[in-house]
Design a protein around this ligand. Sequence first.
Ligand code: AP5
Ligand code: MG
Length: 212
Amino acid sequence: MRIILFGAPGSGKGTQAEALAQYYKIKRISVGDILRQEVKKNSSFGKQVKSYMEKGLLVPDELILKVIKKNIDKKDFVLDGYPRNLSQAEQLERLFIQKNIDTYVFIYLDVDENTVINRLSKRLICKDCGANYHLINMPPKKDKICDSCGGSLIQRKDDTPQVIRKRLEVFLKESKPILDFYKKRKKFIKVDAKAQKDIVFNRIINLLEKYD
Ligand code: AP5
Ligand code: MG
């Protein structure tokens, strides 16, 4: 099982990637999380990507490709946050050929703009382990404390109204060529992702079973 999860900011990529990784016992590769860890460590890589992320812009392809090459091998995976533009999709296809990876499914989590804004403006993440919450839809058991590790919950730096708008703008600009690219390859599943987490998850699983 190799899954590429694609969708707007706040479409639920991270949430569903975690659930799918657990369900299929596969590796989760969340590019945004990897980048945020590098920024937090203040590594030289983190320093290179920080300003793009804070502005809601895509980090240059060649930097992201390093992350992808390091994390993708023949083992099954769910990939969240890559590719984000046509050139990344083409790079990924080349990498799959190099690594003899011939089967995968591309899943498009389809949401509308209001859903995105509602989800992102009320999202909280754990500052220690990165776990994801939502004040209303997926609240922690204790106020502002992570259920998994007890760390404090904070707002993501790029979840301000201005940066959310920019991220959405980038997504709208880049998404059509990617969707066309994967539709042509007939490895394409579109899921209505506006419903609650478990409903969306079951929709994905059902579609994946049919796909086989
Ligand atoms: P990234 O971290 O990937 O951010 P994003 O794409 O903007 O997506 P989000 O993580 O905000 O949303 P999500 O779809 O994961 O939704 P989530 O599950 O959290 O990337 C950040 C930045 O890194 C980019 O802007 C860019 O700068 C850089 N970057 C990353 N990848 C790159 C690449 N390939 N190339 C270049 N640059 C790159 O859910 C959102 C909220 O909703 C949560 O609160 C959650 O609890 C809640 N929720 C989720 N599902 C549901 C549901 N079904 N019902 C109700 N609430 C839900
Ligand atoms: Mg995410």
